[in-house]
Write a protein that binds this ligand. Sequence first.
Ligand code: FAD
Length: 162
Amino acid sequence: MNASINKVIIIGGGPVGLTLSIALSRYGIPSIVLEARDKATSPDESRAITWMPRGLELLEWLGIYHPFYKKGVLRTCHQFESRRGKLSWSFEGIASPYPFSLQLPQHDTEMILEEAARSTGYVEINRGHKVIDIGQTEHAITVKVQCHDRIYELESPWGGWM
Ligand SMILES: Cc1cc2nc3c(=O)[nH]c(=O)nc-3n(C[C@H](O)[C@H](O)[C@H](O)COP(=O)(O)OP(=O)(O)OC[C@H]3O[C@@H](n4cnc5c(N)ncnc54)[C@H](O)[C@@H]3O)c2cc1C
């Protein structure tokens, strides 16, 4: 099946792809997120766990800071063990309305972002859809997608691999 769509194709529904889809929606731009995994990152496979001040400012701008604030843990200082002793990195005095970081498992971040993205009405999220090839014509990008034993192609004027 070949379909030509007028949506931004976002490859990857991790924190960055989902955030991008919400940002595009704020400009009235529809998108489709193609995510290889059937489910969000599992709670015990956490990598992206830290939202830094600029990321929090972005969440505020997108209007979705509150659910993160409700679930996350705030830290005004990061400490690292090193062979030379303990290193401390304080957020005190930085030029941001959010002088702290927010800790949240990647699973929770993706769940909040996915719900927010779907609620915009501009974002279609297709889980279990793995992009297996990507190409470009003069006016469009083309992607070949595998969903279980089905393979299909999409083309759109815009797209990005997250
Ligand atoms: C070992 C390690 C430790 C880290 N520790 C931390 C930490 O302590 N704190 C912190 O804040 N950050 C940490 N990070 C960084 C953090 O993981 C990344 O910044 C964050 O995950 C980036 O988000 P993303 O959405 O770009 O990528 P990802 O989270 O990797 O998401 C990409 C998504 O794209 C999907 N995808 C990939 N290929 C395809 C395809 N062909 N078709 C469809 N979908 C596809 C994947 O399934 C995935 O869901 C760590 C990273 C690593 C590797």
